[in-house]
Design a binder for this molecule. Structure first.
Ligand code: ADP
Ligand code: MG
Length: 696
């Protein structure tokens, strides 16, 4: 580490105003290097245009106040810590109230100078001024004045205040030499973008909203442009280097499989299978995404496509996100297809763990003694090699990374067609980023005869009634799920009151359901036990299944008609929708009961949305808005760099710009080299994740 030379890779603790102690706190926010700090872009901005004197306050307005505090008190009420203090600025007093921020007791001291932003009201009891919803506040030194103007607000923790962030970033920017431009000049000019250096400096400390917009635009463009280049590179490589397989028109075997299906395909299923068939018959490798809500019948389309590849003398692979699902698909497929002479194999966890079984199966795959192989991501493990791979299907794609997908493609000398299926409705911007290299088919209609699932939200006091209702359903021959968020009782304070699946299981199986066959299923069980439990539930021997979210995706037991979700507020909307999709698969009335005692408005609003709609697309959009794409897709498992600044809702226009620019850019051979270098330079900027998707 040298002090005269500035490197973005330097540890953040060397930034003036940070130091080792704060660096440790920053590490919790994934900020380790100077670069990380630099790209920890503000979450939002506040316009602190001018201060208000307390004597000038109108009730109901949001005001910025500076004054000294006194009379700090605290009390406990109903699990809440309430801290109160008075603020005086020489023109009047106002009472400040903080809820549940106990740590403030050690920070706030009589006589301290404070800068507070929040809504002021007349207090109903004392008739004086009060501020009980404090947006933000800052402790100032006695001679310090608050910063006015457009102020950046960073996502942070209690350990790092906004002031620390601002000071550290000011110091970092002062110390940093101008950043080198990474985009070619033509693109900057064509797209009317400001320089990287200017953008980075402006994004933290904008002079006005117009320049802030330019900065945001430039940085969002960078992110989207790089992703587009990466995805196009993948597409180009797969299309250029080797030719795909041309399957023949659907023949006898496909027809036989169609006839064996216990139902007639819906119009949408037929349409999508036609699209898939056409792609498979074309010389270019198929890259298609099937998007269809839970229960829309995607599996049947996958099955037919797999039969089609077998009919053409190839092997097919079907990758499922969980073991339970792989087993379920395997059972269905072998039931239907064994009679047609199609050999279906399962690469299960049991097989992977035994060296003998594993090698036997690998051998069968390699020598083409199996036609369709179903498994989890064990399918992409080293050692699995296909003789003639014609089609790869991945179910519930958002759980697999882009690179896992492309690894599977490399398992054979042939260049297989590829089909991915997801129930997660994805906004168009997202489709173009995460799935930028795929064509999209939609299954909109559900199979006939489905009755909409009735969803209710109830509080814990209704539990007894709810479970009595479950009992009547079971007595009528149906089955039920109870889903709980965690496996074991957690020590940590915030989760302390969560009932674990085990406890709920005990409570139910020893209580109201003591004469009913109940089972418990969670992710930490041995695969063999999981299989057995699922099998018994599928066969109807078990009536009530208490489970964690291991049953979230795909599990298909049509006789189950009730789903109870405990602590429903803990789940994302898309997740609840997936869970709810486990019932309503037969023609019976079915019910989803969400138990929640959360008082928070946002939780209530979300659960109300669940009651109001069965439309997965609406729910997914709500969820994305509330939680952001990172969590939505599960911890960056999509294998793409997390978007730090581009926004999947707002930035469709920038995305289209970036896509056009990338399209032109990538066709030029010289630029390909430039891009390869750019990638190297950006290993720093965008981390390894970016290399993972492009370095093939
Ligand atoms: P998903 O799209 O969620 O993967 P599945 O493929 O698991 O949905 O199908 C859900 C249920 O609907 C299954 O029980 C399946 O057998 C049934 N199903 C699928 N297609 C039809 C259809 N055309 N008519 C009637 N039932 C169907
Ligand atoms: Mg499915």
């Amino acid at each position: 580490m040298s002090f005269d030379k500035f490197e973005l890779t330097d540890n953040v603790m060397y930034v003036k105003g940070v130091g080792p102690r704060r660096a440790a706190a920053l590490a919790k926010l994934n900020i380790v290097t100077k670069y990380d700090l630099l790209t920890h872009y503000p979450r939002t901005y506040e316009n602190h245009s001018s201060l208000t004197k307390i004597c000038d306050i109108f009730t109901g307005e949001t005001v910025l106040l500076v004054g000294k505090i006194f009379n700090i008190t605290s009390r406990e009420a109903r699990n809440l810590t309430i801290i109160e203090a008075w603020l005086a600025d020489g023109t009047g007093y106002i009472k400040l109230t903080w809820f549940n921020q106990k740590y403030l007791l050690t920070k706030l001291k009589d006589g301290m100078k404070l800068f507070v932003i929040g809504k002021a009201k007349i207090d109903r009891w004392s008739d004086g001024l009060a501020m009980s919803s404090i947006d933000s506040f800052e402790i100032l030194d006695d001679d310090e004045e608050p910063e006015l103007g457009i102020t950046p607000i960073y996502s942070s923790t209690a350990a790092i205040t906004q002031k620390v962030f601002r000071t550290a970033l000011r110091n970092l920017l002062a110390q940093m030499p101008p950043l080198k431009e990474i985009l070619p000049r033509e693109i900057l000019e064509e797209q009317d973008l400001i320089s990287l250096d200017e953008a980075i400096r402006t994004i933290h400390f904008p002079k006005d909203y117009a320049t802030l917009d330019l900065a945001r635009r430039r940085l969002a463009f960078d992110e989207l442009f790089l992703i587009q280049c990466g995805l196009m590179l993948i597409k180009k490589q797969t299309q250029d280097e080797r030719l795909g397989i041309s399957h023949k028109k659907n023949g006898k075997l496909v027809k036989a499989a169609l006839e064996k299906l216990p139902f007639e395909l819906t119009k949408d299923q037929k349409k999508v299978f036609r699209e898939v068939s056409k792609d498979m018959e074309s010389k270019l490798p198929m890259r298609r995404l099937i998007q269809g809500d839970v229960g829309s019948g995607k599996t049947a389309v996958a099955l037919l496509a797999l039969v089609k590849t077998v009919e053409n003398g190839f092997q097919g692979a079907f990758m499922a996100p969980t073991e339970i699902l792989a087993v379920q698909h395997y059972e269905k497929f072998s039931n239907l297809l064994n009679d047609l002479g199609i050999r279906v194999g399962l690469l299960s966890a049991k097989v992977t763990r035994s060296k003998k079984l594993r090698e036997e199966l690998y051998q069968k795959i390699f020598s083409h003694e199996l036609d369709i192989i179903i498994g989890t991501h064990a399918l992409i493990q080293e050692g699995v090699k296909f003789s003639k791979l014609g089609l790869v299907v991945t179910d519930e794609q958002h759980r697999f990374g882009v690179n896992q997908r492309s690894m599977l493609e490399k398992k054979s000398d042939t260049l297989p067609d590829m089909l991915v299926m997801t129930a997660t409705p994805i906004p168009r911007t997202m489709t173009l980023t995460v799935y930028g290299d795929l064509d999209v088919s939609l299954i909109k209609e559900l199979p006939p005869g489905r009755k909409p699932i009735k969803t209710f939200t109830r509080n814990i006091r209704s539990r007894k009634k709810i479970y009595e209702f479950v009992r009547t359903e079971i007595s009528a021959g149906r089955q039920a799920y109870v889903v709980c968020p965690l496996i074991e009782r957690s020590e940590s304070e915030t989760l302390a009151d969560i009932e674990s699946a085990e406890e709920i299981f005990d409570m139910l199986s020893k209580g109201i359901f003591r004469d009913v066959n109940c089972a418990l299923l969670h992710g930490k069980m041995k695969p063999r036990d999981k299989d057995e439990i699922m099998e018994k539930f599928r066969d109807g021997k078990t009536k009530l299944l208490v489970a964690t979210t291991v049953i979230e995706v795909g599990v298909d037991v049509p006789n189950a008609s009730v789903m109870v979700v405990e602590h429903a507020e803990r789940f994302g909307l898309a997740q609840l929708h997936q869970l709810r999709g486990r019932v309503g698969r037969g023609s019976d009335n079915s019910f989803c009961i969400l138990i929640s005692d959360s008082k928070a408005d946002i939780s209530k609003a979300r659960l109300e949305t669940m009651e109001a709609t069965n439309d997965g697309f609406k729910l997914a959009e709500e969820d994305l808005k509330l939680r952001g794409p990172g969590q939505f897709f599960g911890e960056a498992q999509h294998g793409l760099p997390d978007l730090k600044i581009a926004n999947v809702f707002r930035d469709l226009d920038i995305l289209i710009q970036a896509r056009d620019a990338a399209e032109k850019f990538i066709t030029d051979e010289e630029n390909l080299n430039y891009f390869a270098n750019l990638r190297k330079n950006l290993a720093l900027a965008y981390g390894d994740k970016f290399n993972q998707i492009t370095a093939n």
